[in-house]
Write a protein that binds this ligand. Structure first.
Ligand code: ZN
Ligand code: ZN
Length: 360
């Protein structure tokens, strides 16, 4: 008994003394320096740019619906020392900045279409990568409409760009490098995949998808040194995805649980929210279910299907089980559900795609 009393007393004393230590400014400063040093060090993120793999980092796995941790759609393809961002949904720059991705390495931004959940942060991406030291204007690719998007963001950020050059000097922030270059991609009428652009050994191609009434809407394929990945963008189940993904290592496909959306519609109507119920009733027609995405991945014989743009994004494991109902029966292996921070690695030496996380 006496021993227990002594031990408890000792623990209380230690807790009290470490608490009082934490109150000392010198100790606080040492701890703060430790945190700042960790935040300044971006060596882990720089290592993602080693030319031993093509990589896909998820910077937004969510949907337009609110979510505590997921940003709206954003995928970063890392190849040849640069990263290429497909869609910049609200919250997505934060996901890259938290992981200390070197903004100056951005190669281009590519848009699948111009819904607000995909375009929300173009201004932030352009400004942040310019401030990080991007050596040239930022190319922004997309189907017809990309010129309007770029012109609008350019105007919206014109004052901010001016402030920054005035404050930090043109030597650090030359205004001409802060510009964006709209690159409109033309699509053939037959819906076939066509080259979009090349950067060194990276080849990017573009294909039309079905997201009516939104037109044009596109998906992209990235090929780099024998590895390849395909990004669906927003689309209903589209057979053309099979041809686009043939021979690819990864198909990153949007996914919407029609079962959950139907429940949301019914319960919104029941709860006296007719406007939301109407919207939930409209959206199934232009998205793909997880089972349909699995079916397409099987038909294309893609080793890995990565589901992203999850509508609604499952908040926990049980919700994820509901979201994924029927997928295992369709495709027992080779399916991953994206989260913000999911990292897919495709080693250039060959081998199966590796699914992991990047949280330095
Ligand atoms: Zn969307
Ligand atoms: Zn959309």
């Amino acid at each position: 008994m006496r021993f227990i009393k002594w031990s408890l007393g000792l623990i209380a004393l230690l807790a009290l003394s470490s608490y009082s230590l934490l109150m000392l400014p010198a100790v606080q400063d040492r701890l703060i320096d430790k945190v700042i040093r960790k935040n300044v060090d971006n060596s882990a993120a720089q290592a993602l740019f080693n030319d031993d793999a093509m990589r896909l980092l998820v910077c937004g796995s969510g949907s337009p619906l609110p979510h505590k941790t997921r940003a709206r759609p954003c995928l970063a393809v890392i190849a040849g020392g640069k990263f290429y961002v497909v869609d910049t949904g609200p919250g997505s720059w934060n996901q890259l900045a938290l992981r200390r991705i070197p903004g100056e390495r951005i190669g281009a931004i590519l848009y699948t279409h111009f819904h607000s959940d995909h375009i929300g942060e173009l201004g932030e991406f352009n400004m942040q990568t310019w401030v990080a030291g991007r050596p040239a204007p930022l190319p922004v690719y997309g189907p017809a409409g990309v010129e309007r998007l770029v012109a609008g963001y350019r105007e919206a950020y014109a004052l901010d760009n001016g402030y920054r050059t005035a404050h930090h000097g043109a030597a650090l922030l030359p205004p001409e490098r802060g510009e964006m270059l709209a690159q409109r991609l033309e699509l053939p009428a037959d819906g076939h995949r066509v080259p979009a652009f090349e950067d060194g050994e990276l080849k990017v191609s573009v294909f039309a998808v079905h997201h009516e009434p939104i037109e044009p809407a596109v998906g992209y394929r990235f090929d780099y040194k024998g590895r390849s990945l395909v990004i669906s963008g927003d689309t209903r189940r589209d057979e053309r995805m099979i041809a686009a993904a043939q021979g690819a290592d990864v198909l990153a496909h949007e996914a919407q649980s029609q079962h959950l959306v139907a429940r949301m519609q019914a319960l919104a109507a029941e709860g006296g929210r007719p406007r939301i119920a109407k919207i939930f009733g409209d959206i199934p027609s232009y998205h793909t279910s997880p089972v349909e995405a699995a079916e397409l991945a099987n038909a294309a014989q893609v080793p890995l299907l990565l589901l992203y743009h999850l509508t609604p994004s499952p908040p926990n494991r049980i919700a994820e089980r509901v979201f994924m109902r029927g997928v295992k029966e369709m495709r027992p292996r080779g399916v991953a559900v994206a989260d913000d921070g999911t990292l897919i690695t495709l080693p250039l030496a060959g081998g199966a795609p590796k699914v992991g996380r990047f949280d330095p």
